[in-house]
Design a binder for this molecule. Structure first.
Ligand code: 5GP
Ligand code: MN
Length: 342
């Protein structure tokens, strides 16, 4: 007996009108877990709509059935359609986030829905808004949790290549291509099962990583050459990007994903931040090694959260003011930063 799984099994025993939604600016785990779960539920005879609060990064458009995702912030007509499917839903699934605020304005409609709510997530700060919580901070990815849920409910024989592509995309990206500390034996066992469907893993890597517009590479070159600062006394690096630079390099949603990781590749650096000025706010990405928790940093000072070694936040200050805040807080973390093993 496993309570949340069995509660879910009971709900899915009769055909449901399902809405699956994910966090704003969805990454490959948010999209991959949502689409993989949608494909599974459809195979089981449920009616499924998938909603993203914001538009979707171009390197995720190839994911099987990505073109069916309703973008709430797209047009007024799309927003209305999203509201209607949520109002009609009997089951609302919230994937890869634990705080309703990460849905932006869409959160209001999810809050008001009287449907059964399912949360599937691996972030640290759960809000208790769901009826059924499949929540495990030890899981490498939400896609890993979806894989385990499907295996529990039905076994792995039901998996097919499109489902496997979606779930593999989430697991692969959230483990940094199987190199972060969250890469458990369970991750590799899940991948083994996904590969048994006939999944071509090199296709997924190619579509996500080797598919950049030329300008994205140029932007990366510009940031690394001109906007990367290292603070050896804090074993910290950081980078900045202004709205004008994003405009110049025609950088859209998702095009800046991955840039932050370069900051950690510098010798002796154990924490890095990327500050991006976009849509009237500053979005910050943090990454760290070992025991240093950027999730604590993001939630204490930058209205954010996430995981110990990968977190994000945002401010309504200017880019320079946000960086100044960060620099002001660093001395308080100096001892912790110096004690991290790299
Ligand atoms: P990224 O830097 O790639 O946007 O995000 C890194 C991690 O932090 C992801 O797991 C993401 O879900 C989480 N994260 C990013 N931004 C926020 C935020 O504003 N609030 C919270 N709670 N988590 C965030
Ligand atoms: Mn995510």
């Amino acid at each position: 007996m496993n309570q949340p799984f069995d509660a879910l099994r009971a709900v899915l025993a009769s055909p449901q009108k399902v809405v699956i939604t994910m966090h704003r600016d969805p990454d490959a785990d948010a999209m991959g877990s949502s689409l993989g779960w949608a494909l599974y539920l459809e195979k089981k005879g449920h009616q499924v709509s998938v909603i993203s609060p914001t538009d979707i990064a171009s390197n995720l458009h190839w994911l099987p059935t990505a073109d069916r995702v309703l973008v709430f912030e797209g047009t007024n007509a799309k927003a209305r359609e999203c509201r209607e499917v949520i109002q009609e839903a009997t089951l609302v699934c919230c994937l890869d986030f634990s705080a309703i605020s990460r849905l932006k304005e869409l959160g209001r409609w999810v809050n008001e829905s009287t449907a059964t709510k399912l949360l599937v997530d691996h972030h640290i700060e759960p809000e208790p808004f769901a009826d059924i919580m499949l929540w495990d901070t030890g899981a490498a990815a939400t896609a890993q949790l979806i894989f385990e849920t499907i295996r529990y409910l039905d076994g792995t024989a039901i998996l097919d290549v499109p489902m496997a592509e979606c779930l593999y995309a989430g697991i692969m990206t959230d483990t940094g291509s199987f190199r972060h500390g969250n890469t458990t034996p369970e991750v590799h066992l899940a991948v083994a099962e996904l590969m048994r469907t006939g999944l071509e893993i090199n296709k997924v890597h190619r579509m996500i990583f080797d598919n950049s517009p030329l300008l994205r590479m140029k932007l990366l070159g510009h940031v690394l050459s001109n906007r990367l600062q290292v603070l050896p006394e804090y074993r910290t690096s950081y980078m900045t990007l202004t709205a004008a630079e994003l405009e110049k390099y025609k950088s859209g949603t998702g095009d800046t994903d991955g840039i932050v990781n370069y900051g950690l590749q510098i010798e002796d650096v154990v924490m890095t931040a990327l500050f991006i000025e976009r849509k009237g706010e500053v979005k910050i990405s943090f990454r760290s090694f070992g025991d240093f928790s950027v999730r604590d940093l993001a939630s204490a000072h930058f209205n954010g959260g996430g995981h110990r070694n990968a977190s994000g936040g945002r401010t309504t200050l200017s880019l320079q003011e946000t960086v100044d805040q960060f620099l002001k807080f660093l001395p308080f973390y100096k001892a912790q930063l110096l004690s991290v093993e790299k």
